[in-house]
Design a binder for this molecule. Structure first.
Ligand SMILES: [Mn+2]
Length: 431
């Protein structure tokens, strides 16, 4: 049973309400899969083993450049954020880890954070550093960059912040540092491309030197924003080159929203796997740019195609393959807890679908250049509803069969609205 802030009777009611129908649906799906030579049981257990991290900042309402519309009962500090993350894991049974962000989540003693998470059975995934905004009391400004800044004093400050993140992460039991910088230029001529990347590499070498041997340093790329003409780490090529320069503990992190429209992200994923440099994902969805919409809400086929590559790697035992998964979204018009539950489910859905691909048949069709049947064979995995698998995986892990309904039935947000007087403290920025 997954421990969490939602009363046990809410989950019990959910299981009673939906249990019979679920068993019928599972029998039906199990028979269909058996005809294709797939064992439903093994798929359910694999789905149960998938975990995606919740970023602590994700449980607060996001915003846009134009405004932010708070909701009642939002968490006011990192401990309340941890409670909300516990609700997501309790109901979805798919989010056993948190990804903290510093300095937003800074507390006097990080072991308090570790204990607060452990109380709900949660652990810490990658620690995120922040050198993309200025914070009160900071001696040097990041207005013109951080790790690639022209002034060595600014670079030193940004390096020291990352070193502190490693230290805090060690206390939290984390095993990875994610580094994203907004460094770049807004105008042609503003910055020397080569010089900026040289300075970035020099700074990240100093950070890399402090990465513990059982850790990874994840390099996240993004084509534009806040630098709107040229970002220092703009694309997977630059990310790969830097991770390679740094060494084996450095890998690339793919944020689905950090690509130009129509980019073939699944092929980038395949390339990074091939060269042992795929470190992890930030899942979200987008229509136009870095929209940070809920995972699977716009193009569920895209995330399936990404997971097809991931399952290929998993099944072929690709070297160095152990990607860290995190949801990286901004929730402007929904309850963040509901969006994150839905998104965690979307990740498990893509994984379950990818597990159903008939890879042997697909390989034969690729070998014989049967383009049409190869495409049909891949897509066939998405044409069968895997919902009973996802529901059963949650049920077995103590989560809810219908997590959104259970969340609403629990009245958690309403209760928090009373307990957490409104506050706008401690929020900003999604990367
Ligand atoms: Mn991201």
């Amino acid at each position: 049973m997954t421990d969490g802030p939602i009363a046990a009777h809410v989950i019990e009611n959910d299981h009673q309400t939906h249990g019979t129908e679920l068993r019928e649906d599972l029998d039906h799906l199990g028979n269909k899969l058996a005809r294709r030579g797939i064992d439903l049981e093994s798929v359910v257990e694999k789905v149960r083993g998938l975990g995606v991290a919740i970023p602590t900042w994700g449980v607060g309402v996001g915003g846009t450049r134009f405004g932010l519309f708070p909701i009642a009962g939002e968490p006011r500090n990192v401990f309340e954020k941890i409670d909300d993350c516990a609700v997501i894991h309790q109901l979805s049974a798919a989010t056993p880890t948190l990804s903290p962000h510093f300095p937003w989540d800074r507390v006097e003693d990080p072991t308090e954070l570790r204990q607060a998470a452990a109380r709900w059975g949660l652990a810490f995934d990658a620690v995120n550093s922040n050198t993309f905004q200025d914070l009160p009391g900071q001696p040097h400004s990041y207005k013109f960059g951080s790790l690639s800044h022209t002034d060595p004093a600014v670079r030193r400050q940004a390096i020291d912040h990352n070193l502190e993140c490693i230290e805090i992460g060690t206390a939290l039991g984390s095993k990875a540092l994610t580094v994203w910088v907004g460094d770049g230029a807004n105008f042609p001529g503003q910055q020397d491309f080569t010089g900026a990347l040289e300075r970035y590499l020099e700074s990240t070498r100093a950070i890399y030197a402090a990465i513990p041997d059982d850790w990874r340093m994840l390099v996240e790329h993004k084509p534009y924003e806040p630098a709107l003409y040229a970002s220092v780490i703009a694309d997977w090529g630059t990310s790969y080159a830097c991770a390679t320069e740094l060494g084996p503990k450095a890998q690339c992190l793919v944020d689905l929203g950090h690509h130009a429209p129509a980019t073939n992200i699944e092929m980038i994923v395949a390339r990074l796997i091939q060269f042992g440099k795929l470190g992890g994902f930030h899942f979200n969805d987008s229509k136009y740019g870095d929209d940070d919409l809920d995972t699977g809400s716009i193009d569920p086929f895209q995330i399936f195609l990404v997971f097809h590559e991931l399952v290929n790697a998993e099944q072929s035992g690709a070297k160095g393959f152990a990607p860290a998964f995190m949801l990286d979204q901004s929730h402007n018009v929904t309850d963040p807890i509901e969006s994150l539950i839905n998104s965690a489910v979307a990740v498990t859905r893509a994984y379950a679908q990818a597990l159903l691909v008939d890879r042997q048949k697909l390989a034969e069709l690729q070998q014989s250049n049967d383009a049409l049947l190869a495409a049909n064979t891949l897509r066939a995995a998405t044409e069968l509803s895997v919902e009973p698998i996802l529901r059963e995986a949650r049920r077995r892990s103590g989560g809810a069969i219908d997590p959104i309904s259970a969340y609403r039935a629990a009245g958690y947000r309403e209760a928090k609205a009373g307990e957490r007087p409104h506050s706008l403290v401690g929020r900003s920025g999604i990367v």
